[in-house]
Design a protein around this ligand. Structure first.
Ligand code: NZQ
Ligand code: ZN
Length: 391
């Protein structure tokens, strides 16, 4: 168990009747907001109308940055930062999924930085010391951005998808009403759910687990909730209990609670961010394709007992197998969850991805240190081999 500092000051308003507190949260920071949202789902669901009526009623002025793309572009962030500087914005109100919240965080950072270009912050290492306050209204249970310190920004020109990070990016408040996710299509529900599961699994203790029992129990219970609730939410989009469990699981996953004392090296995430940078695919789908192959690749005598434990505790693999055999059953169970239960295409080739950029992507995923650390460190050759297993 590694040393850790836990500090998460995000105030979460969870449930059906909490949006009434939005004006009081915003007014703590001023009365001029930038509304950031995506391609229109919040207008179709009526959420936009409810929120803007509330802002009007409380004398909160606003301007808008609409049309944030899934995998938000640095150019969109820069447009938002320019608006904030021109209009003297006090607070960012991000209404949407992870892409919208991340875009809002990028705007919050670039608005106060020496440069209005968020990519300059990325080039300087991505550490953010200061940012405008941000309040999030979450509409997709997936990334955990509503309760974490990261923002993932994509530069399509350089084919890079990179994090900026820092406590200044933690939302000041997050509004989480499971009803706001009822309109999510089944595909986004599947992808978002697997993203949550992988946030936990990517930091799961795949070693001997010394001192990690409490954290692992937390992690396993959150992963079990995802395995139980994702199919329920796909079958019944307005199942409040299933949507609510997924939403809270999303927020817990990267809040600092579930990865306390772990290695937090995010191997599947580092490999996936290359896929969505090069091919603009849906993040959770890329993770679902990679994860069973990564588990198969890292399976050895040292990791087998832990992978088998994951299978038993989360996916219902029976007891009684030898570790390696049990671990193989666990990998099969993860694959069945991704490709049968969630119904996601299992191969990169089905997403029109071939091997031509794998070398470049693998080198970039391994970063300056030349490897992804972890219980089984991955070199660029390892990463390329995993990509090939996914073709
Ligand atoms: O743009 P709109 O019209 O809102 O539609 C979105 C979008 O098309 C739609 N959607 C969202 N809520 C909806 C809805 N449609 C109907 N009803 C609703 N209630 O879903 C589509 C996908 O939305 P998006 O925000 O892109 O999805 P997600 O929440 O999965 O965010 C993905 C982004 O977050 C990054 C990913 O890499 C990706 O760029 N991540 C951010 C993390 C973080 N900040 O900590 C960590 C994650 O690992 C991840 O990397
Ligand atoms: Zn993720």
């Amino acid at each position: 168990m590694r040393d850790f500092i836990f500090h998460n000051s995000d105030k979460v308003y969870f449930g059906r009747n909490q949006l009434q507190h939005l004006p009081e949260e915003l007014l703590q920071y001023g009365n001029h907001a930038l509304l950031v949202y995506g391609g229109g789902s919040i207008k179709r669901s009526g959420l936009y109308g409810r929120i803007t009526a509330m802002l009007e009623e409380h004398g909160i002025r606003w301007c808008e940055l609409a049309g944030v793309e899934p995998n938000p572009r640095h150019t969109t962030v820069n447009r938002g930062a320019a608006l904030c500087r021109e209009r003297g914005i006090d607070v960012i109100l991000a209404i949407g999924g992870g892409s919208v919240i991340d875009c809002g965080k990028g705007i919050a950072a670039a608005s106060l930085a020496d440069t209005a270009d968020v990519w300059e912050l990325v080039k300087e290492g991505g550490e953010v010391d200061d940012a405008l306050p941000l309040v999030a209204v979450l509409t997709n249970a997936a990334t955990g951005s509503e309760m974490d310190i990261w923002a993932v920004i994509t530069n399509l020109e350089t084919r890079e998808k990179v994090c900026i990070e820092g406590p200044a990016l933690l939302p000041r408040a997050a509004f989480e009403n499971p009803e706001d996710t009822f309109s999510l299509p089944a595909y986004q529900t599947a992808c978002g759910s697997f993203d949550i599961l992988n946030h936990v699994l990517d930091n799961y203790y795949l070693d001997d687990g010394e001192g990690m029992e409490l954290v692992r129990e937390f992690q396993e219970s959150v992963m079990r909730a995802v395995v139980r609730c994702a199919p329920a939410a796909m079958a019944e989009p307005d199942n409040y209990a299933a949507r609510g469990n997924l939403m809270w699981a999303s927020s817990m996953a990267l809040s600092g609670v579930l990865d306390a004392g772990t290695m937090h090296t995010g191997p599947c995430h580092r490999m996936e961010h290359e896929l969505s940078a090069f091919y603009d695919i849906t993040h959770g789908h890329g993770l679902a394709i990679l994860t069973p192959r990564w588990l198969e690749y890292i399976l050895n005598d040292r990791t087998a007992p832990e992978i088998y434990r994951l299978g038993q505790r989360v996916f219902g693999v029976p007891e009684g197998y030898a570790p390696t055999e049990g671990a193989k059953k666990a990998v099969d169970a993860v694959a069945a969850f991704c490709f049968e239960t969630l119904g996601l295409e299992s191969r990169l080739s089905a997403l029109q991805i071939d091997a031509r950029h794998f070398g470049e992507m693998a080198a970039h995923a391994c970063g300056a240190e030349g490897k992804i650390p972890g219980v089984r460190p991955l070199t660029p050759a390892d990463v390329e081999a995993i990509y090939r297993m996914c073709l």
